[in-house]
Design a protein around this ligand. Structure first.
Ligand code: COA
Ligand code: AMP
Length: 637
């Protein structure tokens, strides 16, 4: 029998314009679109061209006008500072309007960029929404990136203003942000005109007169600014993500299509109603944070949770259960790694017994492959559906999911279920032919992509084409490999490029190699992602030293670890490297990273036919064994 998912899916593929035009009625438009799907400049497809909107109006003001003024828009829960604070939709509107006034006073207008480098505090959302209110473009940079990475983004986005805070709090550590920001501005060629700094009581940032403003003072003095109408196709934000080199990709999201898609997902994928409490335990610096801490829940009139804490250690592995119980969270979205961390500390979920979770309905997981063990552990203890779904920074929302608001399919562990409406997902082999069910190939999506997905890369149209559209003409390359089974369930197995996934964070091994190669004693290097029981993967470096180097290997290894932390940041979690005599390569000189990874993880591998010198693999195995890899390892999570 046909179910609501099948109907929606078929309509979305056969008549996408009609399907998304219907969804667009949920959004308030200053002027409706001329064309739902504008293919006049394909492959740069545009959604709702001719439409005029404002994202902040739809996420905030509209709800105040429609009677949600007193409902909490944001609940801020910080076990780090022992704070719980609620911001109603009215308060959020007033603060956002005033902060938009601050930005406008600093010369920010339509199309200008604002970088947001903030910890998980409500002001991060205020800064993003205020930027959107002005029709300007925000670019949020995750706090765990180093000054050098921030500088790269400053140079690419060329912001007028940077909004930051005096510090972030990570477990027991207070991390002063302002020195990092000052250093980044020093390193960058582009200089912002101003910064606005939120002073937190834990650390007082020193401000440069004339350039740096104190947030509180500036907000108190500012005149509220109204929403600025923008084209639906205008950019709302740039979010940088790891590519295969040290130059990150600036994913561009529009205003109109983004709102339509995200609002639609709240009812149809997450099965959430306006007024409910929705929690994405992520960070505003990641795409999950953009879509599901900020925009989707607010567009839907939900209460969103801003949690400044960790799944474990703040204070214990019951932190998630406490937040769910205390704030009546109906839906939680997080990365499997968070649950692996909880499972490691409290294997029998004994802490759950202290909390009433009777109102809790669904757990959604994404960001990395959901290992069946962790998923089943969560099912067993929470006794609610645990839904894996697959997406990427580029896509902004789920490519594949069990769409709980349409039809709950039986869960198959290891699969994020079926392609979501709007996504024509196919598996192609090397000859670009469709693979039969069950056969692994490249996961691709037939163009055009649905609304809410990337429109291009910032200032890099050609890189957008080269990265995503070139290899499989007519399709978007996800750079994930996988298969689809007879029932249409998708299985995502691994990346086809050098991206690794560490604790749900996407990292480029290429970027780390660039850092290692810059060390004066290193002749050649490689970085691979090896299996880690808690974080999914961890980076592991291999160094070939220059002839005549006399410094101790230990010293060099310490230096390269420190260098990656300094240049990329603690988020890279680069802690282990080893010195090897040679790297295994193909006859054409390509480093065999895939084979090295299999050896490190003690997996079976086929000797590559094109290998130059098979003997090197034995050397690598010996070196890896010496540091605890290349043999069966005990799982610790
Ligand atoms: N600002 C500054 N530093 C940060 C940071 C931030 N916002 N976020 C992380 N870091 C630091 C950490 O303190 C750590 O530093 P250390 O090397 O000095 O210990 C380092 O970056 C690595 O962080 P992470 O890989 O996150 O490891 P962790 O041990 O701190 O935490 C988890 C591990 C699993 C608990 C944590 O990653 C987590 O909760 N992940 C799930 C949720 C999530 O964020 N998903 C992302 C997308 S859905
Ligand atoms: P990011 O851009 O940081 O969201 O990372 C996207 C990548 O994470 C994808 O290309 C996948 O490799 C991986 N990923 C995300 N969600 C899933 C999932 N549910 N199952 C398998 N892999 C996933």
């Amino acid at each position: 029998m046909t179910n609501a998912y099948d109907l929606a899916y078929r309509r979305s593929i056969e008549n996408p314009a009609e399907f998304w035009a219907e969804a667009a009625r949920e959004i308030s438009w200053y002027k409706t679109w001329d064309r739902v799907l504008d293919d006049s400049n394909a492959p740069f497809y545009r959604w709702f061209s001719g439409g005029i909107v404002n994202t902040c109006y739809n996420a905030v003001d509209r709800h105040v006008e429609n009677g949600r003024g007193d409902q909490a828009a944001i609940i801020y829960d910080s076990p780090m500072t022992h704070t719980v604070r609620r911001l109603s939709y009215r308060q959020l509107r007033d603060r956002t309007a005033r902060f938009a006034g601050v930005l406008a006073g600093l010369g920010v207008g339509k199309g200008d960029r604002v970088i947001v480098y903030m910890p998980m505090v409500p002001e991060a959302l205020v800064a993003m929404l205020a930027t959107a209110r002005l029709g300007a473009v925000h670019s949020v940079v995750f706090g765990g990136f180093a000054a050098n990475e921030l500088a790269t983004r400053i140079n690419d986005a060329r912001p007028k203003v940077i909004v930051s805070a005096s510090c972030g709090i990570e477990g027991q550590k207070v991390i002063a942000y302002k020195p990092l920001l000052d250093h980044a501005i020093e390193l960058a060629e582009h200089k912002p005109d101003h910064t606005v700094i939120l002073q937190r009581p834990q650390v007082e940032a020193s401000l440069t007169p004339g350039r740096d403003l104190d947030w509180e003072e500036a907000e108190a003095k500012a005149t509220p600014h109204d929403c600025v109408p923008v084209a639906a196709t205008d950019p709302l934000y740039i979010l940088y993500t790891s590519g295969t080199t040290g130059q990150p990709k600036g994913v561009v999201r529009d205003n109109g299509g983004h709102m339509v898609a995200l609002k639609w997902t709240m009812s149809n994928i997450y099965d959430v109603k306006p007024g409910e409490v929705y929690w994405a335990a992520s960070d505003v610096g990641w795409v999950v944070g953009h879509s599901y801490i900020v925009y989707a829940p607010l567009l839907h009139g939900c209460t969103t949770l801003v949690f400044e804490g960790k799944p474990v250690g703040t204070p214990d592995a019951g932190a998630f259960w406490r937040v769910i119980a205390e704030h009546k969270v109906q839906t939680l979205f997080t990365a499997p790694t968070a649950f692996r961390a909880i499972k490691r500390d409290d294997p029998d979920a004994l802490l759950l017994k202290n909390y009433d979770l009777s109102h809790f309905r669904t757990l959604f997981l994404a960001g990395e492959r959901s290992d069946p063990d962790t998923l089943q552990w969560a099912e067993r203890h929470l006794r609610v559906p645990v839904i894996d779904h697959w997406w990427q920074t580029e896509t902004g929302w789920a490519i594949a999911a069990n769409c709980m608001g349409l039809h709950a399919f039986p869960v198959k562990h290891g699969s994020p279920t079926k392609a979501a409406p709007g996504w024509d997902v196919q598996v192609l082999d090397e000859g670009h032919h469709n693979c039969e069910p069950g056969k692994v190939g490249a996961l691709v999506v037939k163009l055009p992509l649905p609304p809410g997905t990337l429109t291009t890369l910032w200032n890099a149209d050609q890189r957008f084409i080269d990265s995503y559209l070139y290899e499989f003409p007519g399709y978007y390359k996800t750079a994930d490999a996988g298969y689809i089974d007879e029932d249409g369930y998708i299985y995502v197995m691994s990346r086809t490029d050098d991206i690794i996934n560490v604790a749900g964070h996407r990292l480029s091994t290429g970027a780390m190699e660039e850092v290692l190669a810059s060390h004066p004693d290193v002749a050649e290097c490689a970085v691979i992602g090896v299996h880690d029981a808690m974080k999914g993967q961890l980076p592991l470096g291999f160094l070939v030293l220059k002839a005549g180097v006399t410094k101790s290997h230990d010293q060099i290894l310490k230096e390269v670890v420190a260098l990656v932390r300094e240049r990329i940041g603690p988020v890279a979690a680069f802690k282990t490297a080893t010195v090897v005599k040679r790297l295994p390569k193909t006859r054409s000189g390509k480093i065999l990273r895939g084979t090295m990874q299999k050896i490190a993880d003690h997996e079976a591998f086929k000797m590559p036919a094109t290998i130059d010198d098979p003997g090197i693999l034995e050397e690598i195995e010996e070196d890896l064994t010496a540091i605890g890899y290349a043999k069966a390892r005990e799982e610790t999570a």
